[in-house]
Write a protein that binds this ligand. Structure first.
Ligand code: GAR
Length: 226
């Protein structure tokens, strides 16, 4: 499937902030201070950085934390002039030790909101407690179906006809927590995990910046007509 085909496949997105209002949330003058965590390619990191650069999201990415040396996301951070810090999980004995270092780094960079954009590590209470209701994850399935690793493959194996993605607040249990936004796409005959994931990612890139704005607006107590 080409990117054009993936773009034009029918989809359904849960209601969110009208796109033309996104830049208003939170109110101008108080940009969200984001820390993004990513493990791999970083396309979701890039759409958030681009939404900010385009003035569609009133935020600033203070820091990128990545855990895999050589991850493609590093080049994307360079492109936007965003500091990228490697915290390699292989160098930490316990998950809590890594998460303590992550919290320390996020605090050093004065981060208010944490965005897990393809962060492929299980988080501990140490991290969850440091950013209560200010930590967001994106996952390539319609949660609560197919949490954990290989979400797209799990959906294909289950034979579902509708797949999708979810942005949600992070809780201790893997891929759980209140849902902020979802988008659904059809599973087409002959789909492979690659073709289905590509179709899902088109939707991920639409909903992640919107969900960040929506979560911040909700937290600020702004009532939205959605
Ligand atoms: C995304 O599809 C995201 O939903 C998934 O990793 C991919 C990262 O892509 N996350 C998970 O599976 C978390 N359980 P990206 O590096 O191109 O943004």
């Amino acid at each position: 499937m080409t990117t054009d085909q993936a773009q034009s496949t029918p989809s359904f997105i849960s209601p969110a902030i009208p796109l033309n209002l996104m830049a208003e949330y939170p109110p101008a003058g108080t940009p969200l201070k984001l820390g993004v965590m990513a493990s791999g390619s970083g396309t979701n990191f890039e759409v958030v950085a681009q939404a900010i650069a385009d003035g569609k999201l009133n935020a600033k990415i203070q820091v990128l934390i990545y855990n895999n040396p050589g991850a493609k996301v590093i080049a994307r951070a360079e492109k936007f002039g965003i500091p990228a810090i490697l915290l390699n999980h292989r160098e930490y004995k316990q998950r809590e030790d890594l998460d303590s270092k992550i919290v320390e780094t996020l605090q050093q960079y004065d981060v208010d909101w944490v965005i897990m954009a393809g962060w492929m590590r299980v988080v501990t209470q140490v991290l969850v407690d440091a950013f209560p209701d200010r930590m967001i994850n994106i996952h390539p399935s319609l949660l609560p179906s197919f949490p954990g690793i290989r979400g797209v493959e799990q959906a294909l194996e289950a034979g579902v006809k509708i797949a999708g993605c979810t942005v949600h607040f992070v809780r201790l249990e893997v891929d759980s927590g209140p849902i902020i936004m979802q988008a659904a796409v059809p599973v087409l005959p002959n789909d492979t995990s690659e073709t289905l994931h590509a179709r899902i990612q088109v939707q991920e890139h639409k909903i992640l910046p919107q969900a960040i704005a929506l979560a911040a607006a909700q937290r600020a107590g702004l009532m939205l007509n959605c």
